[in-house]
Design a binder for this molecule. Sequence first.
Ligand SMILES: Nc1ncnc2c1ncn2[C@@H]1O[C@H](COP(=O)(O)OP(=O)(O)OP(=O)(O)O)[C@@H](O)[C@H]1O
Length: 323
Amino acid sequence: MIEISGLRKTYRSRKVSVAAVDGVDLSVGEGEVFGVLGQSGAGKSTLLRCVNMLERPDAGTVSVGGQEMTTLRRRQLRIARQGIGMIHQHFALLSSRTVAGNVAFALEVTGTPRAERRARVAELLELVGLTGRADAYPAQLSGGQKQRVGIARALAARPKVLLSDEATSALDPETTESILRLLLDLNRRLGLTILLITHEMSVVKRICTSAAVMRDGRFVEAGTITDLLRTPGSELARDLFPLDGPTVVDGATVVDVTVSGPEAEEPIIAELARRFASDVRILGGSVETLAATRAGRWRIALPGAPDDNREALEFLRKRGVTS
Ligand SMILES: Nc1ncnc2c1ncn2[C@@H]1O[C@H](COP(=O)(O)OP(=O)(O)OP(=O)(O)O)[C@@H](O)[C@H]1O
């Protein structure tokens, strides 16, 4: 649904030039929720804004729903943007308009007739759980309600893609959870493809099927959460599932075990103990529910040197679970 190749964007002033996006390739499938994580200044916002051409890239291609965005002229771009909704950290609502007025605004821009507008606004407010608040002004709303208005407005023209720019960063944890639940629900009910940027690992954990880590304008890791969890040395896997417990134990072989999908429900450690290493010790770990999957991660100690544990290690490898 979103295909990006060789994307570059450099900001130049008289004194300095900053390569905000420095060669990014990205593929987001239809119905996926893709999260881009990174510290402040990593280039996340610039990347997101290049998807709907709020920023013009210097190089590379950006295709959304099969349409190449970089070559569009102004009028074509305006039409293409209707297929791409966007929500913002600080909501970007019009303070002088009511909730209904804010949502209707998106439909006025596209020339929707008044009667149709009214029906569509009611439908959108129901979709985001704001029925009954149509006549309120933004100042009378909580942060979570403001973001719901932002989401309703973003979905007004029935886009297939939603871009989310730190949509929950200004919200408390409980409200964040309710907004993430809404986004996941919209993703599933409408088949909405979501590309979001965030600096919060918990957001990725809760709703993303795929993720990338961005640093200095580049992706340093990217993939489905399931694949990343299985990638030895993955930073993202480590941050999603911080493992405590010592990495070295005298007289033992320490192994990190990661399982995802149906395997997470299987008693792999128990089977390992029964068949190969009855004295296996669990040093740390947890099992969690991610958006797309159940996943578990443990650090275990097998008595003896690696050579003494060849069969046990082979068992783990065959189940595809070591990292
Ligand atoms: N309009 C601009 N003019 C000049 N430099 C810019 C502009 N926008 C962003 N930058 C610079 O580009 C780099 C990437 O910024 P960007 O906002 O994309 O990062 P980010 O990961 O989204 O960070 P944040 O979460 O703080 O917004 C930063 O060094 C930033 O200072």
